[in-house]
Design a protein. Sequence first.
Lengths: 133, 530
Amino acid sequence: MPNPKILVVDDDPALVRAMRLRLRANNYEVTTATDGYSAIASAQKERPALIVLDLGLPAGDGFVVLNRLQNSDNLCDVPIIVLSARDPQMNEQRALQAGAAAFFQKPADNEELLSAIRLTLSLGQGQQPAWPS
Amino acid sequence: MKRQATHVLLIEDNPGDADLVRLRLVEGEQSVRLSCVSRLEEGLAVLSNETPSLVLLDLNLPDCHGAETYRRLIEHSPNTPVVVLSGLNDEVLAVKAVHHGVQDYLVKGNFTSEHLGHAIQFAVERQALLRSLELAQKKQLEFKDQFLSHVSHELRTPLTCIHQYVTLLLDGLAGRLAPDQVDHLKTVLKSVNQLHAMIRDLLEATRAESGKMAIDPRCVTIGDLVRQTVAMMRPAADEKKIALKIELDGNLPLVHADPDRVLEVLINLVDNAIKFTPQEGTVTVKGCRVEADPGYVYISVTDTGRGVSVEAKTLIFQRMYQDPDSVDDHRSGLGLGLFISKEIVGLHQGRIWVSSEAGLGSTFTFTLPTYSLAKLLGPVVIYQDRLRPAFVLVSVQLTPLAKIQTGSWKETRRQCLETLRLCVHFDKDLVLPPVEAAGTTNTFFIVASTDLNESGVMTTRIREQLERVLDLKAKCRLTIVTTQINLPSTGTEQNLQQHVQAMADQVTGMILTTTEQDKFGSGRRPPISN
């Protein structure tokens, strides 16, 4: 089975590099984008299993990306974990309402973030309801 | 003198006194428009529709007397300057009035037209200055808040980068390191974590100052929070060979508190205790009840450090306080931890204090209100010194249809609670705080002042609103169950509190039965991830 592909979106290239190293070490395939526009383009092209999304992005704020992905027929199933330096008091609820699976404030604990990624990916498989309604 | 039409509202019931004021104003050639009413209620009615530049207020009115008169007026229209006209030349009363926000105090018959003119003009000016000062203060606080929010965001970005690369190196993801290098990097990581904590505290403290700190109280087992804190702080204690102990009274009641915030306070106190206790010392976290104060649980953190000096005891909870005698090694924070803790405890209506003897260690104690259903129910179920005639317990159960991610489930729960609060009568129905710990709750309870037959209106409204707001059909199954609450036969005043208590016990029993069923009754309960 191929390694799950994760799209990392952040405007800080140094951070993207570090994330790539860490995620690869944890057996994920990694693709990256550093602005909102290329994040959407990359999500269309690469079909990631999960997206780690920053909020403060050039060319399309993170919320714009979040909404675009959530409203797109073929990408709305891709889970998104928001990883942002922004204040959770103002942004966490908004991100979750917009459809994010989780919100982490930077700097996030590596283990917590990795386990959220693992969990989200495991939930993503088997979309059928647990029992018939 | 600047001549500008001033609208003065005179509240005076004595026609002679009113005429005198009018005469003085005419004499002074003031460009004043004077309107006159004779009762406080009429005055308040005028103020509800118009904004006069100033109110001249007699303190002896048919419907209100003395200090109560200006109190009510200022409460009604805090931005309108008030000048008191009194028959009494009483300096104490005058100073009291000014302290309460009255702009001036004139004694009837004792003022010339010039006096009155100045009094009016200066009162208007002073009030305007006061307002702009208040506005400026508010703006400044807002600016500080925004500024710190911005700075904190900007600081976090490079900090995240440092954190990432240091942990990459430490985790061996960029090659093997020599033991020395690992040690050095651990020092860097420790500093990064300190910096992180400072940035967080800075924002929290500003938020506390500008009243933007919020708590989300629920029903909490304090013992769990104490154990969680001790488990988290154990490594730091072990490093200094400090014994970290827990002493909890049996049968500690549940508390009504925000678990995340209380955890913050506990971690802060234990962290401080470990910092200021020498090697081989002891830090003890206790939880108990105090007979004299039955509405609260007392939580204390005792250390065997060098104690807090008498001067420091009064200052220690202030912002940016640093003990001047403390060794440099201990000064790792901004001195905001105890200030934030005090604010958090205050938001819970609790108290926090320190007791200490120099050289013998110190004890920081804080109190949290017990979760008392009777206390919450009281204002809702009692009306005009009687119990309302009928009550039902509505349980609203949300069961997710498929596995749900923690984030979106948390959001669903929040929206559900918010919607329920909008569906009930705030003065006679009560949406109970979520009963279980965060992450697993899926039943909400409402105590409603209605009988079983009429409760249908409410449950229909709840169902419609929840389905609309939460788009439930796709996500959850919604079950609403209404159960009658049995009332005691009579509710006389003497045993009213006992009746409320009995009702609370009954409701607690019903809730426990329902939540136990949630946990164990149905094998079909889907997993909720944590």
